[in-house]
Design a protein around this ligand. Structure first.
Ligand SMILES: C[S@@+](CC[C@H](N)C(=O)[O-])C[C@H]1O[C@@H](n2cnc3c(N)ncnc32)[C@H](O)[C@@H]1O
Length: 278
């Protein structure tokens, strides 16, 4: 039986900590939970999905700060991180479980190729098992590493995994007038070398030789993809990656919801007639 501190220490010792971004896993996890708590309901009734859970640092911090959370399920495409999470987290915390899902990603495929034989579940299998079941889902540093087509497809998958009214929080890099200027003037926190703009300037690639190390999308394009996935955008919190200096997060945070099913007829609210001004 390991406690949370021992598992964080196992993460610190693992080379996989570097695969998912490095830094101290507990500090990163706690930072992410600080963001989650601003937007997501986390309580004993929650059934949460940690999408692209990596080595489980955010999920562990969720357990640390909300030990009574109902259930948290982690999905990822890398067999090694799922095995790690099953061995170190699920075996010690019955309110957690993990799933290896099918998927490829240029930034992570070398790790997947190095794994021993595994049986990832397809999106349709996962939908059959978990469709419309999660009260909330989050994805930290996942949509910052996806091509546009995957961004769109995975948002749709997440929408279908949420129960009606369910909440989704994900991070991304957003192109806005401010962030575009920061990129141009080299005042963003990332030291960009050679870069590329694609799709009429709506997609920014931070390093063309490792395209998915840093990919940013125009804010209206992300709004459109959220809408096309059947979700409603509720908040955008701009991160400090632009060098703005006052943001509470590094990456940009996008919060949306799956709409509730309409019950009964629409109630029209009467407009109160007012006298014409003279
Ligand atoms: C930078 S890591 C972040 C991990 C974790 N969310 C965290 O904050 O510690 C990105 C994760 O996204 C996962 N990922 C990449 N592409 C994915 C996809 N198509 N579907 C699901 N997960 C994916 C990777 O395997 C990796 O674990």
């Amino acid at each position: 039986m390991s406690d949370l501190n021992q598992i964080f220490d196992e993460i610190r010792k693992s080379e996989m900590n570097d695969w998912v971004g490095g830094s101290d896993p507990e500090a990163v996890g706690d930072g992410c939970v600080g963001i989650l708590r601003r937007y997501l309901t986390i309580n004993a009734s929650s059934r949460l999905l940690d999408f692209g859970c990596g080595i489980g640092r955010v999920l562990l911090s969720v357990l640390k700060h909300n030990p009574a959370v109902g259930h948290v399920t982690g999905f990822d495409i890398m067999p090694q991180v799922i095995s790690f999470c099953e061995k170190h987290i699920a075996d010690n915390f019955p309110q957690t479980s993990f799933e290896l899902m099918q998927g490829s990603n240029d930034h992570y495929d070398l790790f997947i190729a190095a794994a021993s034989e595994s049986k990832p579940k397809s999106h349709s299998t996962l939908l059959g098992q978990y469709g419309s079941s999660f009260t909330g889902a989050y994805a930290f540093s996942v949509f910052t590493h996806l091509e546009r087509a995957d961004f769109q497809a995975l948002l749709k998958l997440l929408a279908d995994l949420l129960e009606p009214g369910g909440e989704l929080l994900f991070t991304a890099f957003l192109l806005t007038p401010y962030s575009r200027r920061a990129i141009e003037e080299r005042t963003a926190l990332f030291p960009f070398g050679e870069t590329a703009l694609e799709d009429n300037g709506s997609i920014f690639i931070g390093n063309p030789s490792d395209r998915l190390a840093f990919i940013a999308f125009d804010l209206p394009l992300v709004e459109q993809m959220v809408f096309d996935a059947g979700l409603i955008l509720s908040h955008v919190e701009h991160g400090s990656w632009t060098g703005s200096g006052f943001a509470a997060t590094l990456q940009d945070v996008i919060v949306c919801r799956r709409p509730r099913v309409l019950q009964g007829a629409i109630q029209h609210v009467a407009i109160v007639p007012r006298p014409l001004r003279t």
